[in-house]
Design a protein around this ligand. Structure first.
Ligand code: GLC
Ligand code: CA
Length: 585
């Protein structure tokens, strides 16, 4: 490789910042976090309603010390990049002390940072430095389970009389006869035998993630104290991991949406979140629109918003696993978005996302990661960012990063590795299992961030903990922040537009052309403006089903350079128009 011609990420960023001072200045006009006015306190004006949240998976974001694992100092070094993108908050996947059985979703100390990521002091620095860049830090709270190496569990398993015993979910039994046939999400039974005390403990995820017992008020109190301690450190909010599973009742086979769930959430919120101006987002795989209204009730009794997956799980056939591949149903996608947008209007608040650390890359899923990678990535962004809710961008999504296809030795994710073993034992063909992993495996989203076209994509100077996607030479941040037509620039513009026009926040949604088999089109409307979004979801030209495209208003953004107003939509073409209704005084 020619070292001299390699443009480094930081040099490129400097160029962007110089040419883009309007935006940087604009950003610094934003309010400081502490300054909450009376107006801000009302639901209507909550800061997180026009915010855009960026998710960082710390081990794959940026490595500052060459050990091949991303860390807090690495994140601090990229705050300029995040400010340039324009995001308001970072959701940080877990960085607390953890044996890393499930990459940090197994916490052994909720009030310390894992040495792999840095120190508590680094965390404090990150919060402060981020604030200077007008970015809030959202912590990932894993409250359904802890690590089996957490001191609570170490105590709990000593004896049935131990004061911590009841922090977890235990059942008497005899070795080899499980309390019931419930299964863990990462494979195997949901029960694990502890011979010393002749009891089983319950775990919905791995054996090293014992479920916490929310029925115990002492445990709940400890959790609230811990959360308040983090609030005191100045975090901007919390993402609550698998929160719909905390009120489990294993004797009745109940995991999600247990009878006491919303009672627990209301207590949690009252004892912690309501004391500050925070954003709180609950991961809820089992939420429907009615449950979502409870979680995100505008009376602020539970959480700010819900993070639900109905638009993601469309291809999941009842009774089958996510690994059993099925075609993606476009009509269902339209129906699901329509229903969520309409049901939650003025009654709740939703997250808008295509990706996270558990999901395959969207451009490889609904888009086209080869010929139309750029067009389809932008189309998916334009579609999502026009909707009502708070948009989330998962690291690398703003670059159009794609899935990877590794051999099994290169995978690291516990879910993927367990699946591979289990299916091999069941007699599945190796190639078939790999096909499922290539399509759905969580490591698709966990390959390191592609900063530039230099060694290891600028992610680390050492050996990355997981292989880098070989396409980093073409797909990387350094190249895109300089290119006016990049996917990065499209995201940056969408974020700015959201801040400019209140219709993005409050406009009422209406789905258009419901029956069209290739086009997703909708409007958002308030008293002053009408936003119109039209997207062709496929790689072939299609007719624009809107009657008079020339009446659409001003073109705000599109994904083709020469967007005209004809009735033809090119492959993955997306257009967003704004019409001024002429009511302004
Ligand atoms: C959530 C997380 C996932 C984790 C699981 C168990 O679904 O997003 O990464 O494995 O919870 O904590
Ligand atoms: Ca490191």
């Amino acid at each position: 490789m020619d070292k001299m011609s390699t443009k480094t990420y930081s040099a490129a960023l400097k160029l962007v910042k110089e040419s883009d001072s309007r935006f940087i200045n604009g950003a610094s006009d934003r309010k400081e976090h502490g300054a909450m006015t009376e107006k801000d306190k009302t639901y209507q004006n909550k800061w997180w309603k026009n915010a855009v949240i960026y998710q960082i998976y710390p081990r794959s974001f940026a490595d500052s010390n060459g050990d091949g694992i991303g860390d807090l100092k690495g994140i601090i070094s990229k705050l300029d990049y995040l400010e340039t993108l324009g995001i308001d908050a970072v959701w940080l996947s877990p960085v607390c002390k953890s044996p890393q059985d499930d990459n940090g979703y197994d916490i052994s100390d909720y009030q310390d940072i894992d040495p792999m990521f840095g120190t508590l002091q680094d965390m404090e620095t990150l919060i402060k430095e981020a604030e200077k860049h007008h970015i809030r830090i959202i912590m990932d709270l894993v409250l359904n389970h802890s690590s089996d190496e957490h001191p609570w569990f170490q105590e709990a398993k000593k004896s049935k009389e131990n004061p911590y015993h009841d922090y977890y979910v235990w059942r008497d039994g005899t070795e080899g006869t499980l309390p019931n046939d419930m299964r863990a999400a990462f494979g195997g039974p949901a029960w694990e035998w502890v011979p010393e005390i002749q009891q089983y403990y319950f775990h919905q995820f791995s054996v090293k993630q014992p479920d916490l017992n929310w029925e115990n008020p002492k445990l709940r109190r400890e959790i609230y104290d811990m959360i308040n301690w983090w609030i005191g450190k100045g975090v901007g909010g919390f993402r609550l991991d698998v929160i719909d599973q905390i009120a489990k009742e294993p004797d009745r086979g109940i995991t999600g949406n247990g009878p006491r769930l919303h009672e627990f959430l209301r207590e949690l919120s009252k004892e912690t979140f309501q004391k500050a101006d925070l954003v709180t987002v609950g991961e809820a795989w089992g939420a429907d629109t009615e449950l979502a209204k409870l979680y995100s009730n505008p009376d602020n009794s539970e959480l700010s918003m819900v993070f639900q997956f109905e638009h993601i799980c469309l291809d999941q056939v009842p009774g089958k696993e996510k690994w059993d591949l099925a075609p993606l149903p476009f009509p269902k996608l339209k129906e699901v978005f329509d229903r969520w947008q309409t049901s939650l209007y003025e009654k709740g608040w939703n997250s808008l996302f295509w990706n996270n650390h558990d999901l395959p890359r969207i451009v490889s899923r609904w888009g086209n990661d080869e010929k139309y990678r750029v067009e389809s990535a932008k189309m998916l962004a334009i579609l999502l960012h026009g909707l009502q809710g708070t948009p989330y961008i998962y690291q690398g999504e703003e670059l159009g990063m794609t899935n990877i296809q590794y051999e099994i030795e290169d995978y690291r994710d516990i879910e993927t590795l367990n699946l591979y073993r289990e299916r091999l034992e069941k007699g599945y063909d190796k190639e078939e299992i790999l096909r499922s992993i290539h399509a759905k495996g969580r490591d698709n989203a966990r390959t390191p961030m592609q900063w530039d076209d230099g060694e290891n994509a600028g992610f680390t100077t050492g050996k990355p903990w997981i292989k880098i996607n070989p396409n980093y030479k073409e797909i990387n941040a350094a190249e895109q922040i300089e290119d006016e037509n990049s996917i990065f620039k499209c995201y940056q513009k969408l974020i700015r537009l959201r801040k400019e026009y209140p219709v993005f926040v409050d406009g009422e949604f209406r789905m258009l052309c419901k029956e069209d088999e290739a086009v997703f089109a909708y409007t958002r409307e308030d008293k002053d403006f009408r936003l119109l979004v039209i997207c062709n979801f496929y790689d072939r030209t299609t007719a624009n089903p809107l009657k008079k495209p020339e009446d659409s208003g001003k073109l705000l953004i599109s994904n083709y350079k020469d967007t005209d107003r004809t009735g033809i939509l090119r492959p993955y073409e997306a257009r967003m128009y704004l019409m001024d209704k002429g009511n302004a005084t």
